[in-house]
Design a protein around this ligand. Structure first.
Ligand SMILES: O=P(O)(O)OC[C@H]1O[C@H](O)[C@H](O)[C@@H](O)[C@@H]1O
Length: 536
């Protein structure tokens, strides 16, 4: 499938990126996509006209456009689960009809959005109270898609917060919920239990702990609970009144659910108007994705750049490097989005993949990462394609010099990765610092940067709610395009099942209620160690 592209990659081996710039003055604009105040620059890669044509040809052969249209049209493209994939309907503020099995789902989507807005307004205005008065703190209990999105987005939009403080608990480790609840007043706290299935062991364990904590301090704990779920029978069983439940349909995947009721903490933090601006950003990216030709289509070109680096060039991982402290949770969010979606070894039809699945995605905000793992990115033996992102301006005009340094560092890193430093330059630099002969030679090779390392940069004016919506939708569609090219189902996640089943078996083994006999030698030894510690 990648033969032609691999041959192109081979032919380009002798070519470095700097030479591509020397050969083409217009390279920066020819190898970038602009959309609505955003610029995706992929010119600092070895992608040439021929490579781009080959990649677009691949996308066309794999019928990306037809699959995209099928997704937006509500067809059951999540074939292994027999479901439509319509998180895009949650941000369809124009209420264009979206049919699932012949029924328009938009009235229900907008009715839930309106209920969320009323609830968020009442809470923010202090009309919905706790036993101790107006709600000052909201605790979102959820994990995976019911945690990473709202946590990431709520942090990202901190400059827009004017509602109660939001806290996030996800880990079944009691330390997580302990450290959050111990700082809060139960009389003025609202708990959101966010779980699509309302069965996830971590979330249900934390929810029961929170309920006990609340019940120990207030007379009507259920009144200070809200549920977000698509399993309405289970929320009722848990004791949450229907008017305090915000539902969503099974055609919203967990890791794509931030746009609906799972986004409630974000709406409470920033208010309904900014939440709508966030949705409008997502909708704008949807329209761009649906209408733009491939070479001017930001999600398509981001996806194709990724395919070029991972499937064709064979670089095993991809670093996401937001130069924005408020996007500190974006890499974790993207790890779920990308690796849970495209980390699969069989095609939709169940055949073995013909090449690698999606890449390992990792990262940290800049500039912090520069003082840690960038050493390997610059001088290690593996090439790590880097995806930088940065806003041209920050939200703190009084600290503009900080932002200037931030941007300078971001641009410097992609430049350094591409340009590198030759042995000759290293020698000159060391000589200029006064070292000679042996001392100079001892250092010279260590101070060489091979360069020619690829990166992309996504740059935009400022991280507003709308911009964040565009960025998240950009990445969702990028993952979709990559999945279509690989021929896999990006919308199931069977790979998380086995560990859950085994954890269920191991819990009674740890307490001694069940025997470890059937387990392998290593697991038996680990259990024995834990039990030994417990017995003192
Ligand atoms: O929202 P929930 O049903 O509680 O699911 C929470 C998460 O757990 C699962 O194991 C999946 O891996 C995730 O895709 C999901 O987002």
């Amino acid at each position: 499938m990648y033969d032609r592209l691999k041959a192109l990659a081979e032919a380009l081996n002798a070519q470095d990126i700097v030479t591509l710039f020397a050969q083409d003055e217009g390279r920066a604009s020819a190898f970038s996509v602009r959309h609505d105040g955003m610029l995706l620059d992929y010119s600092k890669t070895r992608i040439t006209d021929a490579v781009r044509a080959g990649l677009i040809d691949l996308a066309e052969t794999r019928q990306v456009a037809a699959r995209r249209d099928a997704m937006f049209a509500g067809q059951a493209i999540n074939e292994t689960e027999g479901r439509a994939v319509l998180h895009t309907a949650l941000r369809n503020l124009e209420a264009r009809p979206v049919l699932v099995e012949g029924r328009d789902v938009m009235p229900e989507v907008l009715e839930t959005l309106a209920r969320m807005e009323r609830f968020a307004e009442d809470l923010r205005a202090g009309r919905i109270k706790g036993q101790g008065g107006a709600i000052t703190d909201v605790v979102n209990i959820g994990i995976g898609g019911s945690h990473l999105g709202p946590d990431m987005a709520t942090r990202a939009l901190a400059p827009y917060h004017d509602g109660p403080r939001c806290h996030f608990v996800s880990n079944v480790d009691g330390a997580d919920i302990h450290d959050v609840l111990s700082r809060l007043d139960p009389g003025r706290t609202l708990v959101i239990v966010a779980s699509k299935t309302f069965t996830t062991i971590e979330t249900m364990t934390n929810a029961r702990t929170a309920r006990d904590w609340m019940a120990g301090a207030v007379d009507a704990p259920a009144e200070q609970f809200v549920a977000v779920s698509s399993a309405l029978d289970r929320t009722a069983e848990f004791g949450i009144a229907p008017e305090r439940v915000f539902g969503f349909a099974d055609w919203v995947g967990g890791r794509y659910s931030l746009w609906g009721p799972i986004g409630l903490p974000l709406m409470i933090a920033v208010g309904p108007a900014d939440f709508r601006a966030f949705l409008s950003g997502g909708a704008d990216m949807d329209a761009h994705f649906c209408k733009s030709p491939m070479s001017e289509n930001m999600p398509v070109m981001l996806a194709l750049t990724g395919v070029w680096h991972h499937q064709v060039c064979g670089y095993p991982t991809r670093a996401v490097l937001p130069y924005d402290q408020r996007l500190a949770r974006l890499p974790a969010y993207l790890q779920q989005l990308e690796m849970e979606s495209n980390g699969k070894r069989v095609t939709m039809a169940g055949d073995d993949l013909q090449g690698p699945c999606g890449p390992i995605v990792w990262g940290e905000p800049g500039t912090n990462g520069q003082h840690a793992f960038y050493q390997l990115i610059h001088q290690g033996t593996q090439v790590v394609p880097c995806e930088f992102m940065v806003a041209a301006t920050g939200h703190e005009p009084e600290l503009a010099h900080h932002h200037r340094l931030l941007v300078a560092n971001c641009l410097a890193q992609s430049e350094a990765l591409m340009v590198g430093r030759s042995l000759e330059q290293a020698r000159e630099m060391i000589a200029a610092a006064g070292l000679t002969d042996d001392a100079l030679e001892r250092q010279a090779r260590h101070r060489v940067f091979p360069g020619n390392r690829p990166s992309t940069t996504l740059i935009y004016d400022r991280l507003t709610p709308r911009r964040l919506g565009q960025i998240i939708a950009l990445y969702e569609h990028r993952v979709f395009v990559e999945g279509v090219i690989l021929g896999i189902n990006s919308f199931d996640q069977w790979g998380v099942e086995l560990g859950k089943v085994l954890a269920g078996e191991l819990e009674p083994i740890l307490t001694g209620e069940a025997s470890a006999e059937e387990k392998d030698g290593s697991t038996r030894a680990l259990v024995a160690f834990v039990r030994g510690c417990a017995e003192g």
